[in-house]
Structure formats: structure tokens, C-alpha cells
Design a protein. Structure first.
Ligand SMILES: O=C(O)[C@@H](CO)OP(=O)(O)O
Length: 252
């Protein structure tokens, strides 16, 4: 894999002409990231560290001269609050924001809320790695009567019941993210808008898999860090020309 958290694949300067721009940010550390619990669609908030990471992302983007015309986020508060802090630090509170359940974290099914280390001790590291990082193996599904389902959550009132997951593989998350990419995000980028997406580890892995055509095997090794802007420069057909993480080091 070619991923790392420093600047990579910077093309010659002339290639920057006529490129489209997209920035992806995984939310800052959440309370359940901190407690090492499977989260998925459970709506936990940011920790103080997570807030600081979101603010840092906004400051770095501003210092590096970025601006945005429109932002997309999920309907989960860790991604929304991350966006708020980025907007605040960039003085961009006024830009339109689209909230979509299609950008939610991958649904963790019956693992939602469990401790990751305890689950690994029970089922083995190999099984837990498959549930966490494989492309097409979903974790065990929630029972439809489980109180952790999202069926009665008002934020999904307009989502048909059959589209509300009881578990999801990364492949399922790609499948549900692509409609908003194709119908709204891609057209906005191609209309010349500078787009910011704040989302989740696995909904961003889903977008990266699609954009970079990462193989089903290589996607297992891809982790997205909390609160670090992932910058994409795209060609006319939205194929990546370059992509890199914007860190304090790479911003200078
Ligand atoms: O718990 C989750 O929903 C995700 C992201 O925090 O965890 P994982 O790293 O296992 O994909």
C-alpha cells in the first residue's frame, strides 16, 4: 500500500491546472474511539482531544489557503461537530451543508457498543480483523427487535425501512455512499465547487476505495486517521491526480 500520513504523490506544478479539489476528514477522536468500542451508527460525541483535532484540521486548512463552497457530512454528531469546528476555524460557518445518512459510519451490527479488545479475546484477532477491515464480510447482524436498531430514530424517518441496515460490510457501505456521490457530490465538484466531506473511518475508506480503485485485498490495510485532512486533486473525470494528508509538517 502507498498510504502514509505525510505528503505523497505531488505531481509537477503544471499538472495543478484544471484540477478539481476534494477534501475528506474523518471526525476527531470520539468517546468510543477513546474507550475502544465498536461504534458504527451509535451517535457518540467527540472527546476534548477530538475537538482539538477538528480545530487543528480547520487551522491547517486555513493556513494552507484552502476554502470550501459546500460541505457534506453524515447525520452522526461526531462528524457534524468536527465539521462545525473546521468551519469555525476557517471562518466558513455560512457555507451550505448537506447531511446524509449515506455518509454514516459503516453499521457495526451486533458488535455495536462492544469493546474491541474484549471481542478479540473472545473471537480471536483474525476474526475481528475480518469484521473490521475486510471488504465483504459483515459483522453479525443485529436482531430487528434489538434496541440498538435505528428503525425508530427520527433522523432516519425518511429512509425506507429496508435501507436501514442491521449490519454492513465495507462493500455495503460503498453501495450506500455511491448514490450521494453520483447524484450530488460528483456533480458539485465538476461544477467547480470546492467540496469538503467530514465523515467516518469506514465511510471514507469506502470513498477512497472507489476513487483510487483500491483492490478488495489492499483495502484491508487502509486505516484513516482521526482529524487529518485528506486532500484530493482530481482530473475532469474525477480520477485522482494526487492525494495526500495535510499535516502540520506537510502544510509548510
Ligand atoms: O467503531 C467504529 O465504528 C469504527 C471507527 O471508529 O471502528 P473500526 O476501526 O473498527 O472500523
Amino acid at each position: 500500500m502507498i498510504w502514509r500520513t505525510t505528503a505523497v504523490h505531488r505531481p509537477p506544478y503544471y499538472l495543478y491546472i484544471y484540477m478539481y479539489q476534494l477534501v475528506l476528514i474523518r471526525h476527531g477522536q470520539s468517546t468510543w474511539n477513546n474507550e475502544n468500542r465498536f461504534t458504527g451508527w451509535i451517535d457518540v460525541d467527540l472527546t476534548h482531544k477530538g475537538i482539538a483535532e477538528a480545530q487543528q484540521a480547520g487551522m491547517l486548512l486555513k493556513q494552507a489557503g484552502y476554502t470550501f463552497d459546500v460541505a457534506y457530512t453524515s447525520v452522526l454528531k461526531r462528524a457534524i461537530r468536527t465539521l462545525w469546528h473546521v468551519q469555525d476555524k476557517m471562518d466558513l460557518m455560512y457555507i451550505p451543508v448537506v447531511h446524509s445518512w449515506r455518509l454514516n459510519e459503516r453499521h457495526y451490527g451486533a458488535l455495536s457498543g462492544l469493546n474491541k479488545a474484549e471481542t478479540a479475546a473472545k473471537y480471536g484477532n483474525e476474526q475481528v480483523l475480518i469484521w473490521r477491515r475486510s471488504y465483504d464480510t459483515p459483522p453479525p447482524a443485529l436482531n430487528p427487535s434489538d434496541p440498538r436498531t435505528s428503525y425508530y430514530d427520527a433522523r432516519y424517518a425518511d429512509v425506507p425501512r429496508e435501507l436501514i441496515p442491521l449490519t454492513e460490510s465495507l462493500k455495503d457501505a460503498v453501495g450506500r455512499a455511491l448514490p450521494i456521490w453520483n447524484k450530488s457530490i460528483a456533480p458539485a465538484i465538476q461544477a467547480g465547487r470546492s467540496v469538503l466531506i467530514t465523515a467516518h473511518g469506514n465511510s471514507i475508506r469506502a470513498l477512497v476505495k472507489y476513487l483510487n480503485e483500491v483492490s478488495d485485498t489492499d483495502i484491508v490495510g487502509l486505516n484513516i486517521p482521526n482529524g487529518v485532512p485528506l486532500i484530493y486533486k482530481l482530473d475532469e473525470s474525477l480520477k485522482p491526480i494526487t492525494y495526500y494528508y495535510l499535516t502540520a509538517e506537510s502544510a509548510h
